[in-house]
Design a protein around this ligand. Structure first.
Ligand SMILES: Nc1ncnc2c1ncn2[C@@H]1O[C@H](COP(=O)(O)OP(=O)(O)OP(=O)(O)O)[C@@H](O)[C@H]1O
Length: 268
């Protein structure tokens, strides 16, 4: 049974019909996340709303503590919101069980991390193949698909290498190929160039831009305006709220205002 079959249907309103029909990869409304601690409650997200149309390339920015990782964890179905709605295509993620969330993570989302997160004992090909094991989709044509993906990211001649035998940029290429193997609904990238030098950063961004041009939906978190500039749209968070959502060019003013409010380090 698919997650969508198990998830209670969205109420049949005109707005929901539009969401289902308008090709949105993600739709979030008034999304909230509060962490309850012994000393009090931290309101990390205080009502975040935005849509991500299929094919969009969105960067999420904001000062330290503004809620970026919290939002990424929710978008990645690694955690559940404490309020609001989160639709992934037609499915209300906020109402899914742990098993359903795991299904969604394994089969519908592609993850790219700052630290690559490859398994050191596995080869390039085996690392790319890994999500197919988790999603139960390993089949007769899997090897060919993984080889094609390795080729696509420029590592067709490194299939039997292990991560330690690759440069940082090459490792991130493997991670990007791995993120694509299940043909996910969208890619979530957490500071994907944070561990790379300038030239390699550019190569990885070119790769991501190329994937977006082919129609891949990408959402990435970054601290670097130069990275955000290559995306189509920037969402700036501050204090758990969206303070800017538009062309990356316009995000600088919102970020500067956040920094002024939050002090020299942007820390809260
Ligand atoms: N697991 C948690 N338990 C309690 N509070 C948390 C937890 N995770 C995050 N927070 C708090 O929620 C707020 C938002 O944190 P978050 O990590 O989402 O911000 P961020 O924008 O990703 O910051 P950074 O850029 O420093 O990584 C912060 O006040 C943080 O201390």
């Amino acid at each position: 049974m698919t997650a969508s079959a198990r998830t209670p249907a969205r109420p049949a309103t005109a707005a929901s019909a539009a969401v289902l029909n308008d090709g949105l990869a993600v739709s979030i409304r008034d999304l909230k996340k509060a962490y309850v601690l012994a000393g009090g409650t931290v309101h990390a997200l205080r009502g975040v709303s935005f849509d991500v149309p299929t094919g969009d390339f969105v960067s999420i920015m904001g000062p330290s503590g503004s809620g970026k990782s919290t939002l990424l964890n929710l978008l990645g179905c690694l955690d559940r919101p404490t309020g609001g709605e989160f639709y992934l295509g037609p499915d209300n993620v906020a109402q899914m069980s742990d098993d359903e969330l795991a299904d969604v993570r394994a089969s519908r989302l592609g993850f790219v991390f700052q630290s690559f997160n490859l398994l050191p004992a596995l080869t390039v090909l085996e690392n790319i193949e890994l999500p197919l094991h988790y999603s139960g989709r390993l089949g007769r044509d899997s090897r060919q698909r993984c080889e094609e993906l390795a080729d696509k990211v420029g590592l067709g001649d490194r299939l039997d290498h292990r991560p330690m035998q690759l440069s940082g940029g090459q490792q991130q290429r493997v991670a990007i190929a791995r993120s694509l193997v299940n043909d996910p609904w969208f890619l979530l990238a957490d500071e994907p160039t944070g561990n790379l030098d300038t030239a390699t950063t550019r190569e990885i961004l070119d790769l991501l831009t190329g994937l977006n041009e082919e129609g891949r939906t990408i959402i990435l978190v970054t601290h670097e305006p130069e990275v955000a500039d290559l995306t189509k749209r920037t969402v700036v968070l501050r204090d758990g709220l969206v303070v800017y959502d538009g062309h990356p060019d316009g995000s600088r003013a919102a970020l500067d205002a956040s920094r002024r409010k939050d002090g020299p380090n942007g820390a809260r």
